[in-house]
Design a binder for this molecule. Structure first.
Ligand code: COA
Ligand code: AMP
Length: 625
């Protein structure tokens, strides 16, 4: 047995011993005496422990004499800014912003919605909530007001923190009008909004709006508040199969312990070393590996405001990694496909010294072997695929390079990490033999840091994840495990799609299309795309008697999805069709249509109502082959 396999087995055979030992990486207000409390199907980690995650991320490094170390580097080619914060400086900002929030009535357990672009103040706001024991819910800046409003209504925040604008490539995107619109749409009305005025756009302020800089100028620093390990640190909404997002709850203690474990054993970044995660604080990768994990271990994190290409060129990732001496870089495969498209030979790498870069980690969507090979040939370092979800908070599968570098098999995110008991089952829940495709499930309990439940919705938590196979968590991904225990994740088995590393619900887009007065019914499917992995395609059937030019309708429908969900939905392709193929019970055959569009047609279900309808659709679906 290899060194890692031994640890993995120990974590499953004796989780109490394994995780209590791992918990020593964290400073506890009250150290836990137990690791796991099981009340199936609910599990809680470190039930009697108390800690503050912000104090672990900041104060303890300062207290240990490392206040001068760099905590965060903000690198923003879109504004021409590079700014560093030492641990002492970041702690000062965070403590004062916690004071601002406290002054606005935010206390332990209260929610704060953060709708921010990639600026350091986003991380400051998150950590300030953690300091007070408040629960942040960051909403990705690419989401439209309606999506923001749905999240505000569900989280019921006391305060919303936002900024005057984000910068998307060369465009200044004003956030305040989007926030104002969301406030109109939301039923829940937060008391105050704190707005960071950026020089690129000044937001018009109302009576309930507080200026970030003004409030900070007079703020008193707030002390950290110890909370139960099982208290929520944040809620992060993610797409389910319907239009209603799921509020993934993250606990405090389990998450802190798990993240600290990953930094040493997966990402191989320790105190004083630098991690460059090019993602967005609106996604789970950003929560875990831009903000919390690097700071928990006293490392330096880079917060990059820019794109992989076009801000201004495809060499920015190399520049940032070289200039700030990153040891580990982490992003989504789609970002590398974008760079490859612009600079196929990697010529822009030439000018930069990347000798300090030891590993590239890629996650968020399947890492196709071609992108894997391109990145690994170009950089000449291990390229580590890692598979996880908003729900899990950290990798289910990865290559534990901090323990030992396992051989890489392109197309596989390697093996399950400690605490994860991953299985592949058939439709009736029976385990399948190695190398056989099926549903990927995880035997309960999930590892520390994984969602204990959905916000205010235990029933949906059980319904969505735990009811398909008793005792197992349904990942929603399909795939297989080979003879060496390597896991292959092939894609979602539900109606969730992954567009440029952004997880989106086709159900949500269908709701938007269906709201158009001319639409009788519709379907949205995710089809393969060489750059974004998948892109959505809409198919609509018009109401009887609607007689309007198709082009005009298409434009309206595309605009509608953009307005309702946001630009990230990237729905550009809508076809008007005569009918949609269905089973006899009326279920639309999305999977069959997706197969046809991707050129991997599967046998048509025997319950299909009308083969004619499907035959008529084939030419439309195959367009773009
Ligand atoms: N705020 C506002 N708008 C945003 C946004 C944000 N944070 N992020 C994206 N958008 C907008 C874009 O401006 C674009 O708008 P447009 O249709 O008006 O041009 C739209 O949403 C689609 O954006 P995107 O999916 O990012 O496509 P792109 O063509 O602009 O860029 C990539 C393609 C591959 C470069 C880009 O998707 C990328 O960097 N992906 C990496 C994603 C990632 O890191 N995911 C995290 C998981 S690890
Ligand atoms: P998110 O919750 O946004 O992180 O998206 C999670 C989903 O992205 C997973 O359920 C997978 O479908 C997909 N995903 C993430 N990482 C990988 C990976 N390394 N390989 C394959 N799919 C991935």
């Amino acid at each position: 047995m290899g060194a890692f396999e031994e640890r993995w087995r120990a974590s499953l055979d004796d989780p109490e011993a394994f995780w209590l030992d791992a918990a020593q990486a964290i400073d506890w207000h009250t150290a836990p005496t137990r690791a796991l409390e099981a009340r199936p199907p609910f599990y809680r980690w470190f039930p009697d422990g108390e800690l503050n995650v912000c104090a672990n991320a900041l104060d303890r490094h300062v207290d240990a004499g490392h206040g001068d170390r760099t905590a965060l580097i903000y690198d923003s080619p879109v504004t021409g800014t590079v700014r560093s914060y030492s641990y002492t400086q970041l702690l000062d900002e965070v403590a004062r912003f916690a004071g601002v929030l406290a002054g606005l009535g935010v206390g332990r357990g209260d929610r704060v919605v953060v709708y921010m672009p990639m600026v350091p103040e986003a991380a400051v706001a998150m950590l300030a909530c953690a300091r007070l024991g408040a629960v942040h819910s960051v909403v990705f800046g690419g989401f439209a007001p309606r999506e923001l409003a749905v999240r505000i209504d569900d989280a019921a925040p006391v305060v919303v923190v936002s900024a005057s604008c984000g910068i998307e490539g060369s465009r200044v995107l004003e956030y305040k009008p989007l926030l104002d619109k969301a406030m109109e749409l939301a039923e829940h009305k937060p008391g105050k909004r704190v707005i960071l005025q950026r020089p690129q756009a000044q937001a018009a302020m109302g009576p309930d709006d507080v200026d970030w800089a003004e409030a900070m100028a007079t703020a008193e620093p707030a002390a950290s508040v110890p909370v139960a390990a099982t208290d929520p640190l944040y809620i992060l909404y993610t797409s389910g199969t319907t239009g209603k997002p799921k509020g993934v709850v993250r606990d405090s203690g389990g998450y802190a312990v798990a993240l600290a474990w990953t930094m040493a054993n997966i990402y191989a970044v320790g105190p004083g070393e630098t991690m460059f995660t090019a993602s967005d604080v609106g996604w789970v990768v950003g929560h875990s590996y831009i903000v919390y994990a690097p700071l928990l271990v006293g490392a330096t994190t880079i917060l990059y405001e820019g794109k992989p290409v076009g801000t201004p060129d495809a060499g920015q990732f190399w520049r940032v990694a070289a200039e700030h001496g990153a040891k580990t870089m982490f992003t989504a495969p789609t970002a590398f496909r974008a760079i490859k498209k612009e600079d196929p030979k990697g010529a822009l790498l030439g000018g930069y010294d990347l000798s300090g870069l030891r590993y590239l980690f890629l996650a968020g969507e399947r890492l196709d072997p071609e992108t894997y090979r391109w990145a690994s040939d170009l950089l000449g370092i291990p390229v580590v695929d890692n598979w996880w979800q908003t729900e899990t908070g950290w990798p289910i599968c990865a290559n534990p390079v901090g323990v030992e570098e396992l051989p890489i098999k392109p197309g596989s995110p390697t093996v399950p990490m400690v605490g994860w008991d991953v299985r592949v089952v058939d439709g009736s829940g029976q385990p399948v033999p190695p190398n056989t495709d099926g549903a990927i499930v995880i035997k309960l309990p999930l590892a520390p840091g994984a969602l204990p439940t959905l916000w205010n919705d235990d029933d949906r938590f059980i319904r969505s994840y735990l009811s398909a196979f008793k005792g197992y968590y349904l990942t929603g991904d399909g795939g297989r495990i080979d003879d060496d225990g390597y896991v292959y994740v092939m894609g979602r088995t539900d109606d969730v799609i992954n567009v440029a590393g952004h997880r989106l619900s086709t159900g949500g887009m269908e709701e938007a299309l269906a709201s158009h007065p001319a639409v009788a019914e519709c379907a949205v499917i995710g089809v393969a795309d060489p750059l974004k992995g998948q892109v959505p395609r809409g198919l609509v059937v018009l109401k009887a008697g609607v007689d309007r030019p198709e082009e005009e309708l298409r434009t309206e429908l595309v605009a509608l999805v953009r307005e309702r969900i946001g630009a990230v939905a990237s729905l550009r392709d809508v076809d008007v069709v005569a009918a949609l193929p269905k089973t006899r019970s009326g279920k639309i055959l999305r999977r069959t249509m997706r197969g046809i569009a991707d050129g991997v047609e599967e046998p048509v279900p025997s319950t299909i109502e009308s083969l004619d309808v499907l035959d008529a659709l084939r030419p439309v679906l195959r367009r773009g082959d």
